[in-house]
Design a protein around this ligand. Structure first.
Ligand SMILES: Nc1ncnc2c1ncn2[C@@H]1O[C@H](COP(=O)(O)OP(=O)(O)OP(=O)(O)O)[C@@H](O)[C@H]1O
Length: 247
């Protein structure tokens, strides 16, 4: 469903992505682990099209998308939930979801004043709100809700585009432990045919949610396999210098 072949990217003398080859099957839930500066976000930026790799190939559902723009990749089913907030504060949660759905459904024109006037958009909003546990919050202004709810909404906005593949950059960062557990539950309840790639620092989440784990270190894939094997890997314990014990 999503594949990279020997993806390479440097910033000046710094090699940030070194020959990264990944292959995610349809419905696979893959967590990317790696210490700060390992190149996780840079890899995501190349996958969605915000950065152009120096060399290598990105395939989405078999099609070479390496030189496609962000919007064109999104139309082919690649969606990203951002670590930074990308919400419209002056709108309600429902309207934020509605706008994302409207644009993805090609109904963006003229819907800015009321994205929820289309029945198809309202249906998508209803389904996505249930998926990210926000059904009770639809009429609330984004300004009025907690940070954790905003993070859930960011995932909802990515889902509202009806993606085949969703990329999430640290969905639980800055979220308290209780809310984080709720996030685990909702991630695990996502449709099984949705392919999910998550950057995560939280080992708990990684081992709880992942079908497979990829570890990046200095821009290189140093582990690619099942969570149980990752848990037992001495090399990974060394990379994380004891962070494993928190898992
Ligand atoms: N636009 C840029 N120009 C120069 N260097 C960059 C740029 N973007 C990232 N880097 C460098 O690339 C390296 C990898 O950064 P990246 O943000 O991808 O790592 P990361 O694994 O996502 O880290 P973190 O876990 O801290 O978010 C870092 O050394 C960073 O300083």
């Amino acid at each position: 469903m999503l594949e990279t072949r020997t993806l390479t990217k440097s910033f000046g003398p710094i090699h940030v992505t070194k020959g990264v080859s990944l292959r995610l099957e349809k419905g696979e839930r893959r967590v990317i682990l790696g210490p700060n500066g390992a190149g996780k976000t840079t890899l995501f930026n190349q996958l969605v099209g915000e950065l152009t790799p120096d060399s290598g190939t990105i395939l989405l559902d078999g099609a070479d998308v390496t030189s496609l723009r962000v919007a064109d990749r999104a139309r082919l089913g690649l969606s990203r939930s951002y670590q930074k907030n990308t919400l419209f504060d002056g709108l309600t949660i429902g309207e934020n979801l509605g706008l994302a759905a409207a644009v993805a459904l090609g109904k963006g024109q003229g819907l800015w004043r009321d994205p929820l006037q289309s029945a198809e958009v309202r249906e998508t909003v209803r389904e996505v709100a249930a998926q990210v546990d926000l059904a009770a919050f639809l009429d609330m202004s984004v300004k009025a809700v907690s940070y954790g709810i905003r993070r859930q909404l960011e995932v909802g906005i990515a889902l509202a585009t009806r993606p085949k593949v969703i990329l999430m950059d640290e969905p639980t960062s800055g979220v308290g432990p209780e809310m984080s557990k709720g996030f685990h539950r909702l991630l695990k309840a996502l449709p099984r045919d949705l392919t999910v790639l998550i950057i995560e620092h939280d080992m708990d989440l990684a081992f709880d949610v992942a079908d497979t784990i990829t570890v990046l270190n200095y821009g290189e894939v140093v582990f690619d396999g099942l969570p149980e094997a990752a848990r037992q890997s001495q090399m990974l314990k060394d990379i994380y210098l004891g962070a494993w014990e928190d898992a």
